[in-house]
Design a protein around this ligand. Sequence first.
Ligand code: SAM
Length: 278
Amino acid sequence: MTEESAALYVVPTPLGNLADLTQRAEAVLRRVPWVAAEDTRHSAPLLKHLGSSARTLPAHQHNEHEAAARIVEKLRAGESVALISDAGTPGISDPGARVVAAVRDAGCKVVPLPGACAATTALSAAGLLDEHFLFYGFLPAKGGQRRQVLESLRDTQAALVFYEAPHRVLETVAEMAEVFGKRTLVIARELTKLFETVHSLPLAEALAWLKEDGNRQRGEFVLIVSGAPDKADSGEGERVLKLLLAEGLPTKQAAKLAAAITGSPKNALYDLALAMKG
Ligand code: SAM
């Protein structure tokens, strides 16, 4: 690899299914002389599986500054480096941003590779009709701070995407139901793995659903809450929705028809219909 071509490659790795590593990621991990990994021991089997002879250096949240300096040194010496995290895309609720910033500041090249990310994988199967989404990632672990964050997001007209650990999923979902009220929740668990589940349900019913079967609380989670209804827009949609519900149409069908007739967002009308019924 020549000096001109030396770059920091930001390489997503699989969330659980090895086949999700892209051909390009595989080629880069085989070709580069250095791999900067969040946890070098964790990534060793993947590199071995690929037959990569790259040397590894640690780049985790506690050494990102030093790691960045070492990486810049390698790049200046003409050696390319691939940056990987334990799973998914580096820099997305994972270390990586400081390394990327330092490499950019040093005037070296950063090449991002597209690939596995729990947030986008969950969103793609969520079936929510929100036009926008806001990726929040992990909420604060402490109850008070978590509540504050949730309240600050209450009126956001975009689907809200959270990462959550299994031991906190029950309390987080309970709090989301209190703060957001009548919305849809999509629970995406163990994506790309054996027990993959993507379940969509009214937020108010989610806690009971999770408690019904202990297995539903296990593994890795992405939680997506449908966006806040557009208050300004909902007048006509709400009027038509009321008429259809009064005619005895089922909630889902009434929301769908009212959305088709008025152009109001179907999700918002569905949430509104649930609120009216509740
Ligand atoms: N960088 C990763 C990405 O691109 O998605 C995220 C890393 S973050 C430290 C780990 C969190 O991502 C987990 O706690 C979980 O919320 C989510 N996650 C990772 N893998 C997942 C999977 N297979 N299914 C559902 N969520 C997952």
